[in-house]
Design a protein around this ligand. Sequence first.
Ligand SMILES: *Cc1c(COP(=O)(O)O)cnc(C)c1O
Length: 392
Amino acid sequence: MTTHYKSLISAQDKEICLIDEGNSYNAITPPIVQSSLFSFKCFEDYRNYHLHKHQQYVYTRGNNPTTNVLEDKLARLEQGETCRVFASGMAAISAAIIGHLKTGDHIIFFNTIYAPTMIYAGFLERFGITHSYLRTNNLDELSSAIRSNTKMIYVESPGSLDIQVVDLRKLVKIAHEHNLLSVIDNTFATPLYQKPLTLGVDIVVHSCTKYIGGHADVMAGAVITSRKLMHDIDIYAFKLHGAVLSPHDSFLLIRGLRTMPARLEALQLLTAKVVEFLLNHPRVLKVNHPLAYNEEEKAIYWSQANGYTGLISFELDISDYTALARFIDGLITFHLGFSWGGYENLVMAPYVADDYEKIQVKGLKPNLVRISLGLLDSETIINDLEQALAKI
Ligand SMILES: *Cc1c(COP(=O)(O)O)cnc(C)c1O
């Protein structure tokens, strides 16, 4: 394999992450405007505001100066026209979907999708919105799943569980041919390494809880798209569902962005070493990560992304859960838990709800482990993985 280290975060993106427009106090960081409302100077302004002749901040469930700084940065990083941030990734995802679908519509989920997104899809059936879930990255299957009432294709690439890549240009072509909206969850690659709007995808969503926050201390989500496609998302799913981000959390994400390029560059070096270690370990059957793709997958990945992050999954050479438990409990520097993209090492095993045989029958991988690398030294991490693998 090629453990090529790619540091292709552009100077321009670094500038967007690090530098803010000036603010009224000449403060080096933007003020946290922790105010729910903004008052009008006089009745004339108040009246003109209602007549759309006067603009100003009015209410934080709409616009807030701190949050607007963050939204502006994320829109520019994704090269989109506009961004809205939400109180969680799920709030952003549900807003992007419900903002555009209505009773009778059908949505296709393509590639492995974040599990709560699929639970939400099931909930939407109550309102007469149906879905198909194609747990594959095979685009031929996508074409044949399109129905006359399909309105949207929702994809994760790479997926955040088995890290499989989707050819986004081909997906966009299929979406355009059938007049479908395309939505991507771009959380894995972050806007620094993949800009799906530039490939023709219509709407990008993020869980900012992961690398953008970067410190496991804030929950947030974002939608980035054109002004036209944002309209209904903004009016209904944002302002009326009301899951807006608090100004303080917007500040935490602005801070997260400042170190994100440096964190991700450090992670690239670290991840390359860990992937190489796993690929060469006799008890690891398969590694899922852009660095472990076959030639065809690599060609697709590097044509649409210019870097990778530190989320890796792999299959252990084991035949029961006791060995899985020995591995996970044997890890010293890894916390066992959900989420990813923070400074800390995390581990989880996705398929443990049934017994080992039942899960295999379902076509899931009971020996699959997912790790999110934090910012410890690569030697420390590899030594830890090595001693835990020796316990299985
Ligand atoms: C975590 C996650 C989400 C949901 O984000 P929250 O901030 O937890 O609501 C969505 N998509 C992916 C890929 C995630 O990992």
